[in-house]
Design a protein around this ligand. Structure first.
Ligand code: HEM
Length: 325
């Protein structure tokens, strides 16, 4: 279904201003397909994340010595700057930081719109705040965007490529803080995080014609959901028995015959995540840092389900592990 865009169309835009019913019976040809980030772009963003992460921790330590970190907060700038560097190319530091901060502002302004039970009215304060944050970002981006890309398209890539890895990174820290005291493979820990708590836990398509799905007729114009969260519990895709699959266990991926990612945490088909390699690189760097630390959660994590799934709050402390002589 995700790989058949002619019959399963990609629905609308991030600001919920689109009218989904326009997909009935025809494909939404206007939706842009984003090309995957190149290896050079991924390498640039990864280097920035590695540089910015210790700085963010140090900044917190200077401002609030001895206080726990809040994962969703402390990850904001390292991820925002990393993804901005990857997507926009080498910029001077202050231009990069300004764009990164404006994307964060837009993400914050979008949150009440995405999480509202009904899409807010056009002239509501939430819509006005979102619009002004978006325009401020687009103004800043306009002179920086070339190569046939549009300012709006780049803004969407930046927002998706910052909001989701921040949530994924916070989940990674939440799992490590609850479960792991011994050694673990950082890449396997990333896959376990994306299996048990994929931030985009459900993705949608709209049928463009009547289709048969698992023996059921689905009329044109209906929404069909695919959930990486549920697929990540399937026996056919993940080793372990039913009870075991509910556990965070990076060790399950040491069997190289089993393919991590079969539960589609990055989607699939033409609308699959174009930032997949950057997202996994950012998370792997975070997990690699975590192998040198003991992470302890300060309190039980709650799940905020208002836009994807986010651990909120996720407070944790770290102590550097003694390295064996
Ligand atoms: C761990 C990190 C990430 C995860 C788990 C993730 C997950 C996803 C998922 C599940 C989708 C929907 C795919 C579908 O419906 O088939 C998606 C779409 C998207 N992602 Fe990511 N993503 C991550 C990082 C990134 C990064 C770093 C970027 C950009 C640099 C990015 C940009 C996008 C964009 C632009 C789309 C929309 C694609 C379209 O509309 O065609 N993502 N992502």
């Amino acid at each position: 279904m995700l790989t058949d865009p002619a019959r399963f169309d990609f629905p609308g835009d991030v600001s919920r201003s689109g009218d989904l019913s326009s997909s009935v019976g025809e494909t939404r040809s206007g939706h842009v397909v984003f090309p995957p980030l190149t290896p050079a772009e991924v390498a640039r963003g990864t280097a920035t994340f590695e540089h910015e992460w210790p700085l963010a921790l140090a900044e917190h330590d200077a401002a609030d010595p001895g206080q726990p970190y809040e994962a969703m907060h402390v990850l904001r700038r390292p991820v925002a700057r990393s993804t901005t560097d990857a997507v926009l190319g080498p910029l001077d530091g202050s231009a990069r930081d300004l764009v990164a901060d404006l994307v964060l502002d837009w993400i914050d302004a979008l949150a009440p719109i995405i999480s509202a039970r009904r899409p807010p009215r056009r002239w509501s304060s939430a819509r006005r705040a979102e619009r002004s944050a978006r325009l401020a970002l687009e103004d800043e981006l306009a002179p920086l965007v070339g190569d046939g890309r549009t300012t709006q398209g780049v803004a969407v890539v930046l927002a998706a490529g910052i909001q989701v890895p921040i949530a994924a990174g916070a989940w990674l820290l939440a799992w490590l803080g609850q479960h792991l005291t011994g050694s673990f493979d950082p890449v396997h820990a990333v896959w376990e995080t994306l299996r048990l708590t994929p931030p985009t836990w459900v993705t949608a398509r709209i049928t463009t014609e009547e289709v048969e799905l698992s023996g059921q007729q689905v009329p044109a114009g209906h929404m069909v959901l695919v959930s990486p969260l549920l697929l990540g519990r399937l026996h056919a895709l993940v080793p372990g028995d039913d009870e075991d699959r509910a556990r965070f266990d990076p060790g399950r991926w040491t069997d190289e015959a089993r393919r991590p990612g079969a539960w589609l945490p990055f989607g699939a088909g033409p609308h699959a995540c174009p930032g997949r390699n950057l997202g996994t690189a950012q998370l792997s760097r975070l997990a690699t840092w975590a192998t040198t630390q003991t992470i302890v959660l300060s309190e039980k994590v709650s799940i905020d389900q208002s836009r994807g799934i986010v651990p909120a709050p996720c407070l944790f402390t770290v102590t550097r592990r003694e390295t064996p002589p």
